[in-house]
Design a protein around this ligand. Sequence first.
Ligand SMILES: Nc1nc2c(ncn2[C@@H]2O[C@H](COP(=O)(O)OP(=O)(O)OP(=O)(O)O)[C@@H](O)[C@H]2O)c(=O)[nH]1
Ligand SMILES: [Mg+2]
Length: 717
Amino acid sequence: MKVYPTQSIRNVVLIGNTKSGKTTLAETMLFEGKVIDRRGSVEAKTTVSDNSEIEQIYQRSIYPALLYTEFMDNKLNIIDTPGSDDFVGGVISAFKVADTGVMIVNAQQGVEVGTEILARYAEKHNKPLILGVNQLDHEKANWEGALESLKKTFGKKVVIIQFPIDPGLNFKSFVDVLKMKMYVFKDENGTREEHEIPADLADQAAEYHQELAEMAAENDEALMEAFFDKGQLSEDEIRKGLAIGLSKCEIMPVFCLSGKKDIGIKRLMEFIINVAPAPDKMVQKLKTGETVPCEVTGQTSLFIYKTAIEQHLGEVSYFRVMSGKLTEGMDVVNHETGAKERISTIYAVAGKKRDKLTEIAAGDIGCTVKLKSVKTNQTLNSGPKEWAFEPIVFPPSKFRTAIKAKQEKDEEKLGELLNKAHAEDPTIRIEYSKELKQTILSGQGEHHINILKWHLTNTNKIEVDLFAPKIPYRETITKVALADYRHRKQSGGAGQFGEVHILIEPVVEGVPAGNRFKVEGKELVLNLKGKEEFTMDWGGKLEYYNCIVGGAIDARFMPAILKGIMEKMEEGPLTGSYARDIRVFVYDGKMHPVDSNEISFKLAGRNAFKEAFKKAGPKIMEPIYNVEVLVPSEHMGDVMSDLQNRRAMIEGMSSEKGFEVLKARVPLAEMHKYSTTLSSLTSGRATFTMTYADYQQVPAEVQDKLLKDYEASEKDE
Ligand SMILES: Nc1nc2c(ncn2[C@@H]2O[C@H](COP(=O)(O)OP(=O)(O)OP(=O)(O)O)[C@@H](O)[C@H]2O)c(=O)[nH]1
Ligand SMILES: [Mg+2]
C-alpha cells in the first residue's frame, strides 16, 4: 500500500444505537473501496468487522474494529464501534483518534436514547457528526419520523443533503440536494445512475438546496457575501461552507442510506473525502494543555489508543500518528516509563486483514506488534520533546460483582487474566478489597462482565463464580460510654494481667475533646496528658488520649493498649466492618508486678474497647452513591418507583431534549445489578452513572438485619 499524505487521510468513527447497521455499513464501505470483493453479513457471521467468535455468537459488535479502505485516492480509516452501552469504552477510545463521527440512525426508530448518549460523547470530544438515516430499504422505514426526531434532538444544526424516494421495500433512489441530482440504484452492489430530478420533486429539492446553501454561507463571511449577491452558491462554494461548519461542529448533514443494499454509501464516502476534516484540521492536545500540529515534518509521536492480545500475533498496539512520520525499524521512547521500543512492523488494518507498511504519516491510524510494554494512553516519541497526549478518560463503572475461581488452583491465573482484560479494555476494572476479602470486578453492565466470563470459561478454560459483592459498611458510635476490662490468666507458667479503664466518644468534626464527662451517673474529670491522632486507611479517625494519673498503668503499656483498640477498629464490634471516628480516653487501670506484659494490655484494651463500643449507641454506616439516570419520559414513572424501592432519596428532575434526567442518592447496597433492571424496565432505552458520595447511617431496620446476619455468620464459623 502506498503512503498516504496527511491531507489524503480521513478518520471516521461509526456510532449509533445497537442494530442500527454500522457493521453492515462498514462492510459495504470496504466493498466500495475494493478492500474486499464480496460483502459478508452479520447473519452469516462473515463481516470483516465482527470477526471474533463471541461477536459472531451474539451477532453484534463488542470490540471497536479498525478498518481501512482506499477511495478516491484517499485512505479512509473507519472504526466500527459497538452500539450497546455496555461496550462504550470502544466508542470513547475511537473518538480520541477519529476526526469525524458518522452517526447511524435506524430509519424505523429514529433517534434512540443510545443515539443521544453517543452524540454527547462526540460533543465532549469536540468532534463533528455526519448523520446517516440507515435501513431505508426496511419495510417499516419512516423517513419523516426519523428526520423529525433528528431535528428535535439536534435542532438547527441538522441540514438535509439527501431525501429518499419511496423508502421501504422498494427503496432504490434518492435526491441529492448538494449535487442537485437524483441517484437511482440498479442492483445491490452500488451500481448507480445519475438522473435529473423529476418534475414533481423539483420544488422540494430546490427548497432543501436553498436551506443548504444558506447553512453553508453562515459559517464564512466571503460565502455570506456571495450568497447575498447571487442569491445562491455554487456546488463548490456550498461544499466549502459545509466543511467549515462541519469542523466547527455547527452543521450536521443528513444522508440517506441502506448499508445492506449498498445504496448511498458511495455518496457518503465521497462527502467524507471532500468535506470532512483531514487529520491536520483537528486539534490534538497534550496533558499540559498545549496543542501539537498534526504535521509530517514534526517530531514522530504515536498515541496508543488500544491494545489487544490476538491469536498468532501476541500483543497488538493500535496507534494514531499524532505528528511526524513513522518508518519501519524506528526507535521510540515511552514518555511514561522511559522504555525504548523498536517499531519493527507497521500495519494498516482491516479487521483480521493486515497490510504491511514501510511508512505511515501524521494523522494515520495503524497498529504494530511485539512492543515490550506499552499500555493504552501512552505516548511514544522519537525525538527530544517528551510529549504526552491527553489521555482517554473512561467512564466510571456501572456494574460490580465479586469474582472467584471455582478451583483454588486457578486463582493466580485468574488474577493475571483479569489484569490483561483491564489492559485491553480499561472499562473493566479489578480491585482486591482487603476489607471485603473479595476480588471486585466492575464494568459497564452485566452483559459486559458476562462477555469477560465467557472468555475466561471458553478461551482460558477457567471456571469462575460471580456473586454479589459485600458492602463496605463502617461502624461508629453516637454517645459517650465507659468500660473497665481486666484481662487475667493464671493457668500454669507465667500469668497474664492487665486492667484498663476507658471512656469513648464520637469524633465530631470541629469539636475538640473536652475533659469533663457525665456518664452512667458518674462525673469524670480527666487529665488529658498525651494525644495521638490517626487517620484510618478506610476513612475517618481515631484519637487516642493518655489520661493515666498516679502511674496506674506504665507508659510502656500504652502502645499495646492502642494496638488492641486498632485491631478491634479493623474488625468492628457490630458486624466486623471497619470502625471510624472515635475518641478513646484511657484514664485508669491496674498492673501486676510480675504478670503484666504487653499482650495482657493489648487484650485488655481490645476488650474494653469492644464493651464500651456496644454501649455507645453504635451505628452502622453505609456508602451512598450519587446516581444520575437519563430516561425517556414515558418510562419515568417505572424508573422512579423502582428507585424508591431501593431506598433512594430523589434529589431532582429535569428535562433535556425529550429525556428526563433524574438525580438521586442511593445506598450502594441497593444498587446491585441496577444496570440490568434499568435496562429491562426501559427496554434498554435508559442509561445512568453512579459516583461515590459519602457514608450515612443505615436505617434502624436495616441495622437490625445486618446485626442478625452477622451474629448468624459468627455462629456458623
Ligand atoms: N433492511 C436492512 N437491514 C439492515 C441494514 N443494515 C443492517 N441491517 C440488519 O440489521 C441488523 C443489525 O446490523 P448490524 O450491522 O450488526 O448493526 P450494528 O449497528 O453494527 O449493531 P451493533 O454492533 O450491535 O451496534 C442485522 O440483522 C443486519 O442485517 C439495512 O441497511 N437494511
Ligand atoms: Mg456492529
